[in-house]
Design a protein around this ligand. Sequence first.
Ligand code: AMP
Ligand code: MG
Length: 312
Amino acid sequence: MAQDPLILSAQPAGIQKAAALLAQGALVAFPTETVYGLGADARNGRAVAAIFEAKGRPSFNPLIVHVPNVEAAKALCIWSDAAEGLAMHFWPGPLSMVLPLRADHGLSSLVTAGLPTVALRVPAHPAAQALLQRFAGPVAAPSANPSGRISPTTAAHVQEDLGSKVAAIIDDGPCPVGLESTIVGLDGVPRLLRPGGVPAEDIQAALGADLLASEDGIVSAPGQLLSHYAPRAAVRLNAAQKTPDEVFLGFGDIACDLNLSPSADLKEAAANLFEYLHRLDRTGRPIAVAPVPARGLGTAINDRLRRAAAPR
Ligand code: AMP
Ligand code: MG
């Protein structure tokens, strides 16, 4: 039977317990200045898959990775003068920056949805800061609500909405901003990807340059980003076997080149999905994919596979 979540305080004992749970791959909800986040170790693919499972998201969108300071951010991305300028003005705070990944980033490819970039944020909330410092690793954290429901700004909202799907909730009262973070893309010309807690005018002033609007304008519809990762190769779905020139991405008890989960575990399959697509794509051959059941996380896996297979 699933257990009720532990309700932890933001005092050192509670923070220590929450950090230990994250290290074990468990989900921990915690307050930030924007909304309560649903946190997992961003390096642990199964833990990240559990975020999507708990939220019941019908598709995989890249998640924002939370770090305690600029130094920890620099360990994950290719830093730039623009990033330095915005970090000086707005970090810690409700600003997320999308930057190119470093080669040795160590993040699960599910966190970035297979993209070569990562969204990073240093939150200001004292409980979030304490947790990130104690955990001493990157924490993926979208809002702690089921997909399609409103974002939680109290621990009680999280408990009502996610209940036993989280191991613990750090309760430190209502969130002060209650609005999501502003997301700025810095992997090219600076672009506003999502309006939020920091006004776009302030960002523009800090950059001393224009901030372009998002190219597709629908970034609030997660998973719809035109820039989402798609393999170069042709992808054929629901294949029983491969043809001689194809490479075969399997699921369950099946002979194949790479198996998303030999034991047909959807969480394991989600954790491997982007990395395995990348690996098979590098062979330069068309990719056949075995059927993946469309239940639980399988819905999001199939959504992503359909996008990968769509004509371009
Ligand atoms: P949240 O649900 O608050 O974690 O916000 C996630 C949103 O951040 C996604 O839906 C994207 O719009 C945006 N995002 C995260 N990572 C990236 C990325 N690497 N490139 C572009 N947008 C990103
Ligand atoms: Mg949300």
